[in-house]
Design a protein around this ligand. Sequence first.
Ligand code: A3P
Length: 285
Amino acid sequence: MSELNLEYQGVIFPAHVHSVDSLSYSRDHFQVRDDDLFVATYPKSGTTWMQEIIPLIYNSGDLTPVLTIPNWRRVPWLEQVTAKGLLEERPSPRYMVTHLHHNMMPKTFYSSKAKVIYVARNPKDALVSSYHYHNMATFLDDPGTFEEFIDTFLEGKVMFGSWFDHIRSWWPLKDKDNFLFLTYEDMLKDMRGALVKLGAFVDRPLSEDTMEAIANQCKFTNMKQNNMSNYSFVPLELMDQKKGNFLRKGIAGDWKNHFTAAQTEHFNSVFARRMEGLNFPYYRD
Ligand code: A3P
């Protein structure tokens, strides 16, 4: 493992924004409240998108928060070094994002009534997105060739560990009342449908006008223009957006432009093996 990373409970974290202290704080000391909302994602699966959508829902479509507060402050990460300062004193209801696996969540989470929205994305597209991200972010390892990165990803030797372990840890919660499972692809296809589900789930039913305002702001093209969401304030030395934007393509199926037939076959066979017995109906081909 390179010096850019640290390992905690067998999982790799980028050391740039995580520390053993921040991870043990989130695990052992963070006090979950019953009215907390967590958005759980594997990296590159729509986290930034949800950091736009959730404040808009809680503020009935008022754009002020998303146009004035950077995404990482407005919906902080539970496990990052900034979490304590940003979340501990924040009045309820709090919302936050996390890339943690279910079994790594705060100890006080499991007995709480806190709600969780899980957003899944086709792992081949998350891999492609992550590959490009590794190429532009200097605080992440050099991904090597695309072929090499496929193996690194399939072995789970990437930030936040294995996609398979992540989804396997959260999917069993799918029928719980305080859990909502969404996919990146469904949000792309039908944002209004996703907003109806989200509004009902967080007890904030949305009017047609509000949904239209939110759907408009959350369009990829509009988020790309939003300096509070497109990471344009991050210095080039950390994220070289000359090499490619953080908000890169925002589509489903870009993996088809990257994977060879042999790579697809290999990925699919590992997928079938690693997902065996889970009854998870998505992303089988
Ligand atoms: P691509 O690299 O495939 O474009 P995360 O926020 O979890 O790191 O995920 C980043 C991915 O979500 C990027 O994927 C990014 O472009 C995409 N994304 C962010 N906002 C989006 C939006 N409004 N619509 C579609 N995709 C979006």
